[in-house]
Design a protein around this ligand. Structure first.
Ligand code: NAD
Ligand code: GLY
Length: 375
């Protein structure tokens, strides 16, 4: 793997209190120099947790860079895909870290997409009751969303992300050149989370995305600009509401539907990856809002058109192998973490960039909507 050696790094600061503030470094070619960035964190050993695909592509360059910074290294690679965010994957990573004698003052480095970030972060939160970790996100989704904000965890057979911890990273190193090797399907999936930031509260960003879609996919300045804009948006929300007592829930626009779809497709990445589920979820959230008379139907249409242009699925009919019936979907949604006393909370929208938290949504209305969507 040749690395792009241009150095043009943008830094987004996440000013959390209690000594937990950290930087997000964004730029091309950062992985080849990651040792220099970690050297200042005072660790003696760094355990790199990755998946087999990402480890094959970047593992050697990262461990070489760490070794050049006089850090003892180890590499633990899990099977790629959502299936590794499981009890078995968690045990594999924890036991690997223990076998490599990773101590409290050492570091866990999550090198990969959101699966590796969530899994390695949860292992770091749990190992010896908490060791520090660094995120090196290599998928678009992880660079714009999952590597920032400290949510870590695994899935239960009962539902998505149901076992986990808040554990903030000490640093995030997002090498945008690593997206050059990301499969197009995964690039598209990550793009759903990019568009999400515009849909939540920034109609100007959504319009910019509509204009710059091709350039974001092609690479170059629009890609870095998109990653940095999303990180700034997420950092601001996380600082105001780290533990999701309020507005952080807005970041889950589309996710109540998405998590149910992932569960009903058995977390099988061959059928549906997280970002694809989010794309369908975003469209459902807007169409449901329109059906409730909250949002203009043309905004729901504009969302679906844009995501379709990005090559993403926008309807339940596009879930390979199907996604169950309305009752199964509703049942899966009842495991959502936003459920309070059994009542469903959705993130709905009054228009593009005007999302809001809607508690106490009537399950009957959701069911009717799902029946109409399933046609
Ligand atoms: P992923 O980690 O499975 O990565 C997608 C695929 O791309 C994998 O097969 C991986 O091997 C491959 N890949 C990654 N980087 C690559 C690269 N540079 N070159 C080649 N191949 C590469 O999936 P994802 O979409 O990155 O993350 C999805 C996960 O993130 C879900 O589990 C979701 O729940 C979680 N998530 C967490 C948060 C959070 O706040 N913690 C937020 C959003 C999503
Ligand atoms: N992706 C949702 C959150 O980090 O809160």
């Amino acid at each position: 793997m040749d690395f792009d050696t241009r150095v043009q790094t943008e830094t987004v600061h996440v000013p959390l209190d209690g000594g937990r503030a950290y930087d997000i470094l964004i730029g091309r070619g950062l992985l080849a120099r990651i040792g220099a960035h970690l050297a200042g964190l005072g660790a003696r050993a760094v355990a790199v947790v990755s998946d087999e695909t990402v480890a094959a592509e970047y593992g050697a360059a990262v461990t070489d860079s760490l070794a050049r910074a006089s850090l003892r290294t180890a590499l633990i690679a899990v099977t790629p895909g959502e299936g590794s965010k499981s009890y078995a994957g968690f045990a594999q990573v924890c036991d690997g870290l223990i076998a490599h004698r990773i101590e409290r003052r050492d570091l866990v480095l999550a090198l990969g997409g959101g699966v590796v970030g969530d899994l390695a972060g949860f292992a770091a939160a749990s190992l010896r009751r908490g060791v520090r970790f660094v995120q090196a996100p290599t998928s678009l989704l992880a660079q714009v969303d999952s590597s920032v904000g400290g949510k870590t965890g695994i899935n239960s057979p009962h539902g998505k992300n149901l076992v986990g911890a808040f554990h903030q990273p000490s640093l995030v190193v997002a090498d945008t050149a690593s997206l050059d090797t990301l499969p197009l399907r995964e690039m598209r999936a990550g793009y759903a989370e990019v568009a999400k930031y515009g849909l939540i509260d920034n109609p100007g960003f959504f319009a910019w995305c509509e204009e710059n879609l091709a350039e974001i996919f092609a690479g170059g300045p629009a890609r870095e600009a998109a990653v940095a804009a999303c990180c700034r948006a997420k950092a601001a929300v996380v600082v105001r509401d780290e533990r999701e007592d309020g507005e952080r829930a807005l970041l889950n626009l589309g996710h109540t539907f998405a998590h149910a779809l992932e569960r009903l497709t058995a977390y099988d990445s061959a059928r549906l990856v997280h970002g694809e589920a989010v794309a369908i979820g975003l469209c459902l959230a807007f169409r449901f809002s329109a059906r409730l008379g909250l949002c203009p139907g043309q905004d729901a249409g504009r969302v679906a058109n844009h995501l379709a242009l990005a090559g993403l699925p926008t309807t339940l009919a596009q879930v390979p192998g199907g996604c169950g019936d309305a009752d199964q979907l509703l049942d899966a949604m009842r495991q959502d973490k936003k459920v309070r006393d059994g009542a469903l909370t959705f993130i709905l929208a009054r228009g593009i960039g005007q999302s809001f938290i809607a508690p106490g949504i009537d399950a009957g209305a959701v069911r009717e909507f799902l029946v109409s969507e399933l046609g």
